[in-house]
Design a protein around this ligand. Sequence first.
Ligand code: BTN
Length: 328
Amino acid sequence: MIMEIKNRILNRLKENREYWTSGEDLSITLNLTRTAVWKHIQSLRNEGYVIESSSKKGYRLMKIPDVLTSAEILDGLATKTFGKTGFYYMEEAGSTNQEAAALAENGAPEGTVVIADHQSRGRGRKQRNWFSPPGTGIYISLVLKPPITPAEAPRITLLAAVAGAETLRHLTGLDISIKWPNDLLVNGKKISGILTEMSAGMDAVNHIIVGIGINVNTSNESLPDEIRDIATSARAETGSVHSRSSIVRSLLEYFELYYDLFLRGEFHKILTRWKELSGIIGRKIQVDGINSRISGTVLDVNDDGVLILKDGEGVIHRVFSGDVILPR
Ligand code: BTN
């Protein structure tokens, strides 16, 4: 409730950005005391909004911070479902995937979105950590409840990679490619990763959580030593700061577009785009599994995201998981 009133004050200031909005106007239209208005203004200032005040003229919004709150993300979000059926913003989460899974188990509908400004235990694939500092990255998880079998679930990860790549290509102008299975790379370095987690029975999916991490305004120097040579951010690559909230909105819109295609039985279109963006078909690569290393030429990536590889002796391998090493 408090949130709602604060957002209504914010919307009024946004509509009236060219002018001053009097405290009286706000208190009458929102049915609040002048002191209550002032408290909400203070709380908006604490979130980073720069609001000038004058005892004669009232309030004026001077600067909108790049925050990922519902007030900023839902303002102008052109989706039907994603972010609209449920939206949770947390300044700090352990892991947004974990939060989203708990919500899904308690009945949160498809399209529910969880975003954190900072994660204290951000999770990556293969039990790795995901570096999640405040104010510079995007850490987002989506709740899906598709009517599919568990065997079809890997397609969702391929779909998420295409949505992420298209978003970053459009909003940053960077030449983003996909590295199998679902890393997003630019100039050979990782800018984004996807962690899909599923809860399922024998033949039906209960829910799927798609977690996406994007390094947006992270500076190169702030990256931990162990990933500095292999990771990058939109800012490090373009030299300019990017709006995290615009990227989140676009990501949700692209995701919904591809997810609808998938549900309509048109996954082949997404896979075609995945292959274009990965450029992996026909390349000689090496894949490191837990206890194995296979080198060979990529023949295909099938509907389930399985890598089909032909080694030097002509033996065909079906690779389900691993780390791809691309020769220079
Ligand atoms: C990887 O490349 O290893 C996957 C990284 C996935 C990171 C995201 S950030 C949002 C969501 N919450 C998590 O704990 N992990 C994913």
